[in-house]
Design a protein around this ligand. Sequence first.
Ligand SMILES: O=C(O)[C@H](O)[C@@H](O)[C@H](O)[C@H](O)COP(=O)(O)O
Length: 252
Amino acid sequence: MTTDLAEYISQVSEFSVKERGYFAIALSGGPLVSFMRKLCEAPYNKTLDWSKWYIFWADERAVGKNHVDSNYKLTKEGFLSKVPILNGHVYSINDNATVENAAMDYEFVIRQLVKIRTVGVSESNDCPKFDLILLSIGSDGHVASLFPNHPALELKDDWVTYITDSPEPPPERITFTLPVINSASNIAVVATGEDKAKAVSFAISDVTETQDSPSMPARMVQPTDGKLVWFLDKAAVSFVEAKNGAYGHQEY
Ligand SMILES: O=C(O)[C@H](O)[C@@H](O)[C@H](O)[C@H](O)COP(=O)(O)O
C-alpha cells in the first residue's frame, strides 16, 4: 500500500503543478504520515517538484508543537525533515492561541492563499479547493477531527472550526469542516488494520442511514467535483462485502 500511495500522491502532485503551478496538500494525523514514507525515498525524493509543495493540516490537536500528540510534530519527524519542502510553504496551525483563535487564524491564512490562488477555489461554493486532502479513519468512523454525531458536522459556512469535546484525547482540536474537505480536487482516505474494518465497511456501504445509525463522518466524505480514493489493507477491508469491491485501491 505504501508504494500505491506514493505513486498516487506523486501523480496528483505532478498534475497539480502542471495545471496550477502549485501543489496544496492537507494532511491529518494517525498512522498516515508513516504510510507516506516512500515519498522520502528514490525515485520520488528526486523526481517530485518539492519547491511547489504547500503543506496544510486538515486537523490538529491543541497541544504544543513538541508534544507527542501534535500532528505537526508527527509530520515534521516522519516526512518534512526528510524532503526539501520550503519552510515558508509549511502552514502549521498556531499552537500558541486558544483553539477558537487558532481556527480563525488558520481560516484567515487559507483565505489569503485562496485569493492569490496558491490554493485553488471551488467553482460551486467559493471554498478552498485543495489539490489533495489525505485523511485516515478512526475506528468510530471519524475523519480529521470530525466525530460521529458532532455538531461540527453541520457547519456550512466555516472553513476551519474547533472542538473542545473530542471523544479521543486530547479534547481540544482544530479541524477542516466538511465543505472544505468535500471541495478538494482529490481526497484519499487511508485505513489499515482490523480495528478499522467495521468503520470502513459502513463508510462505503450503500445502506441508508437510519436514526439508529450514527452520522458517520467518513460516510460524509463525498467530493463535490473531485475524486475520492480509498487505500485499504487486507485487514481493513475484511468486513467489506464483495459488492463493494469496486471502491478505490484495495489490496488483497
Ligand atoms: O489527529 C487525528 O486524530 C487524526 O487526524 C485522525 O483522523 C486520525 O488520523 C484517525 O484517528 C486515525 O488514527 P488512529 O489510527 O490512531 O485511530
